[in-house]
Design a protein around this ligand. Structure first.
Ligand code: ATP
Ligand code: MG
Length: 576
């Protein structure tokens, strides 16, 4: 392609809302174009890279025996009502009505659709296992679309669904997908770490996220350098502080603690370590119609942080069905007092207690009375939980749940996730088969997603410098850029054209920058666009020499035209 003919508009000024490198660079290079918040289109260079990623995904999926299909983005509400997710998915589900008032949504994911296909098409064990996938546009009305392609409301996803006779079959399907994901992200040039993950709105038992390590990532992961433990902090289990069976329970005492509303204040006032206090967090929950249907008081040790995902999992409700309570309203109903809430004497609410509190003795908690706390509070004697489970966040430095070494934290971009769904959808939607003995059995499912457009952003996050993108060959929109310094110079123009033609003939994807621009502008643009190989045709063209440079390296070399062509072909074939 000749740049003079290409529809490309690079930007000098980037909108303020672009905060992270991938968003800024994809806009500056003109690869993506914003339509409205969280909705982007792809211009020629951007679309080429998207298609490269899709092709890598497709090849690796096909190699596992998975079969590509293509389903509609428009999905009837009835299927979502059957699975129970019309409610559970909440406001992220992009709902619409047709002219007759029938409810639909734009698919954020396709478990229901694929389960529906299978329940209609599969009846015998002979048809299993099977894995179907698609690369398709998804819609999620995200609360906070941001970071460009990273969290958008319309995005391209590869979603695959496996169907097996039993759980051993699922284990095998899951392993194949896990390994394919490893290869896919490696081929895209990503430094990616698989970590154990929560199953979220998708459901099921077991899951891994593939996380591209990056400071701007929204996923926080906890990992251990001494063993293989790696999990999202949402999911990571915590080790409870050792119980204190030998410590004698002292009598409860009410103490005056004026104005000490926070853990810091009360711990400071009573000269206690924060770990000797109990922190309260107050919530209200909502039913399927969006009406308030109860209060929840969660209690954790004062120096801990509440893990919201663990709390909603313990309550068995979706994330959108809970929010912080109005303390006054909740106080009237349950007896709590904002800033002075403790577990003793609360009524008419669900009391959720972090498991660690059970074994700790003589802690300090709010007295449910303004300006007062209780000291020597003990689980069992003074209060009980309706729910007692691990509710805390695994913090950096906490002991690893597997080996006890101090845990580390890192940030990353979730580019893919694999789930063992089990029979969640086959049972709610009736997807059965007859086994060898004519027995009716539930089909056992897995599902596997890759954010194709988010992967593009993640690649840019991991491959850029202050001058622009540094594409890995595998996903670069073009492999080589031939920079023609002076288009008016006949010798230079002819040499450039000759190189361009020879590379094209060799199957190299090549851009010829034949624009009538100053050389400085061309070099800047070449760096910004990040094409892996640059061949510059300038003053030395008459002597049969050009400049050869890799975008990722600082050094350039002056070599003969033939050498440059041969080198370019060689590196492209090796790395593409
Ligand atoms: P997140 O936790 O980031 O919201 P998710 O866990 O809800 O993502 P999945 O349901 O696992 O997402 O979707 C599969 C993949 O689709 C994700 O791993 C991610 O790469 C991509 N994806 C999900 N939401 C978005 C989005 N809003 N914009 C771009 N890609 C997305
Ligand atoms: Mg996910």
């Amino acid at each position: 392609m000749k740049l003079s003919k290409m529809h490309i508009k690079t930007l000098r000024e980037v909108p303020n809302e672009a905060e992270i490198p991938s968003h800024i660079l994809l806009l500056r290079t003109g690869m993506i174009r914003k339509l409205v918040s969280g909705v982007y289109g792809f211009m020629p260079l951007g679309w080429r890279s998207v298609r490269k990623i899709e092709e890598i995904v497709r090849r690796e999926m096909d190699a596992t025996g998975a079969q590509e299909i293509h389903m509609s983005a428009v999905q009837p509400a009835e299927l979502w009502q059957e699975s129970g997710r019309w409610y559970a998915y909440g406001p992220e589900l992009w709902r619409l009505k047709d002219r007759n008032g029938r409810d639909f949504c734009l698919g954020p994911t396709h478990e229901e659709i694929f389960t529906d296909i299978i329940r209609n098409d599969v009846s015998s064990y002979r048809q299993l296992p099977m894995n179907l996938y698609q690369i398709q546009t998804k819609y999620r009305d995200e609360a906070r679309p941001r970071f460009g392609l990273m969290r958008s409301r319309e995005f391209i996803m590869k979603d695959a669904y496996s169907f097996d006779k039993d759980f051993e079959g699922l284990d095998e399907s899951y392993r194949m997908m896990y390994e394919a994901y490893d290869r896919i992200f490696k081929r895209c040039g990503l430094d990616c770490r698989p970590v154990e993950a929560d199953t979220g709105a998708i459901g099921g038992s077991n899951s891994h996220e593939f996380t591209a390590i990056s400071e701007v990532g929204e996923s926080e992961i906890a990992y251990c350098e001494h063993c293989s433990m790696a999990a999202t902090t949402e999911r990571a289990e915590c080790v409870d502080a050792a119980p204190q069976p030998e410590v004698e329970q002292l009598p409860v005492e009410k103490v005056h603690t004026p104005g000490t509303k926070t853990i810091e204040e009360v711990a400071g006032y009573l000269n206690l370590d924060k770990s000797r206090t109990i922190k309260a967090l107050l919530f209200v929950t909502y039913d399927e119609e969006g009406k308030e249907n109860g209060y929840v008081a969660a209690f954790i040790r004062g120096d801990r942080e509440l893990n919201m995902i663990k709390l909603i999992n313990a309550l068995g409700i979706p994330e959108h069905a809970i929010e912080f309570a109005d303390e006054e309203k909740m106080g009237a109903a349950t007896g709590c007092v904002g800033g002075f809430t403790g577990p003793c004497g609360l009524h008419d609410c669900t009391i959720a207690v972090d498991s660690e509190l059970v074994g700790l003795k003589n802690l300090c908690a709010g007295a449910n009375e303004t300006d007062h706390h209780l000291v020597n509070v003990n689980y069992g004697r003074d209060y009980k939980g309706d729910i007692v489970t691990d509710l805390k966040v695994l913090q950096e430095g906490d002991p690893c749940p597997v080996c006890g070494a101090p845990v580390k934290h890192a940030r990353g971009i979730e580019v893919g996730q694999v789930f063992k769904l089990g029979t969640k959808y086959s049972e709610s939607m009736g997807a059965y088969y007859l086994d060898e003995n004519q027995q009716k059995k539930s089909i056992v499912m897995g599902c596997y997603g890759i954010g194709v457009t988010r992967t593009l952003a993640a690649v840019v996050e991991q491959h850029h410098d202050e001058n622009g993108i540094i594409w890995p060959m595998s996903v670069a929109p073009y492999h080589v850029i031939v920079t023609l310094v002076k288009p008016d110079d006949e010798v230079q123009a002819e040499v450039a054209e000759n190189i361009y033609q020879q590379l094209l003939k060799a199957g190299v994807e090549v851009l010829l920058d034949d624009r009538k621009e100053r050389p400085g502008v061309k070099f800047k643009d070449a760096d910004l666009l990040g094409i892996p190989v640059r061949i510059t045709v300038g003053k030395l063209a008459g002597e049969g020499k050009v400049e050869y440079k890799l975008r990722r390296d600082a050094d350039k070399e002056e070599i003969t035209i033939e050498e440059a062509i041969a080198k370019a072909i060689e590196i492209v074939n090796r790395e593409k």
